[in-house]
Design a binder for this molecule. Structure first.
Ligand code: RIB
Ligand code: CA
Length: 312
């Protein structure tokens, strides 16, 4: 099978961890690099957590670089209420990463990977999309080296950080606007579909029953994530947002998308970061984003379990 070369840009984060594991354990993807961004927690923690997540899975040969500490034009607000102070709440002590952070920053690593790749590389972003926006803004020469961009963020319905804005979009709406306007194929994986990826007790049991180190480590993460989602949103079966973005490329048969118009709100007081998705063409504007709409839930979890089973 031809494996799609990918870069994962993330802010681990419990669901980012599963996004990384799905990507690493999928033979449809070839993870060339991981970049961290300030989001769920500060950059120092997300850059550390990305390496912890890879290390637990037995992976130490993929470069992990630190990117932007915060959004382009706003002040970072983090999400410890869901992810805990260190971003991977649950385990009493996080294991130390088995490899060092890249000396190169995320932008240098992006450029090196994109330039060296034998074909255009897909970027899957599962946090505020600041790093990707900086790449597109500063390196127009590299646009042709990017196959497509898939992003967990936004929503066709209500939000989660404000009544109508999803967290990743709210943190850096200017970054979303840059990515949408770039013209590079862009798939938005919003809350409308990620709320279909629920960590039910049966799903959690399936994952823990895999029995490897990754599954054991994930058990405490899932317990914490479900508890905080229950406390904050009344969702005891925590929605595992980020791996759905990976599934778009790792298991495309599990996700149905529509090519529609989406514009992100930059100036609204109450509506900052709202992804205005025109599902019925009422704006008359040209479609510009592929919006993930429906998930084959059973097949999705089969893909997650199969991927985690291939890890340490
Ligand atoms: O709104 C959910 C998104 O925000 C997920 O990516 C989660 O990890 C947080 O970053
Ligand atoms: Ca995330």
């Amino acid at each position: 099978m031809h494996a799609i070369p990918v870069i994962i840009d993330c802010d681990p984060g419990h669901d980012d961890a599963f996004a990384l594991w799905l990507a690493l354990g999928s033979d449809a993807l070839d993870v060339r690099a991981v970049t961290a961004v300030g989001g769920n927690v500060d950059l120092a923690h997300t850059a550390n957590n990305a390496r912890v997540v890879l290390s637990v899975a037995g992976v130490s040969d993929i470069p992990v670089a630190a990117g932007a500490a915060g959004p382009l034009a706003r002040v970072l607000e983090t999400a410890e209420g869901i992810h805990g102070a260190n971003g991977l709440g649950g385990p009493a002590v996080l294991p130390e990463p088995t490899f060092a952070l890249e000396e190169r920053d995320a932008q240098t690593l992006f450029a090196d990977v994109l330039t060296a790749a034998e074909e255009p590389v897909a970027i899957i972003a599962t946090g505020p999309i600041t790093n990707v926006a900086i790449l597109l803004r500063d390196r127009p020469d590299l646009h042709e080296r990017i196959r497509e961009i898939v992003w967990m963020g936004g929503s066709t319905e209500r939000g989660n950080y404000t009544p109508y804005a999803e967290f990743n979009s709210w943190v850096d709406p200017e970054a979303v606007d840059i990515v949408v306007r770039s013209g590079i194929r862009f798939t938005m994986v919003g809350l409308n579909i990620t709320h279909q990826a629920l960590l039910t007790p049966a799903v959690r049991e399936r994952i823990v029953a895999i029995g490897n180190e990754t599954a054991r480590f994930s058990d405490e993460l899932m317990e914490f994530f479900c508890r905080t989602n229950d406390e904050m949103f009344g969702m005891p079966d925590g929605p595992l947002h980020d791996p759905v973005a990976v599934a778009v490329l790792a298991a495309p048969e599990t996700v149905t998308s529509r090519h529609v118009r989406m514009d992100v709100e930059l100036v609204g007081t109450e509506t900052r970061g709202v992804t205005s998705v025109d599902l019925h063409g009422v704006t008359g504007r040209e479609p510009n984003v592929h919006v993930a709409m429906d998930l084959d839930v059973d097949a999705f979890w089969d893909a997650v379990v199969a991927a985690v089973s291939r890890l340490a």
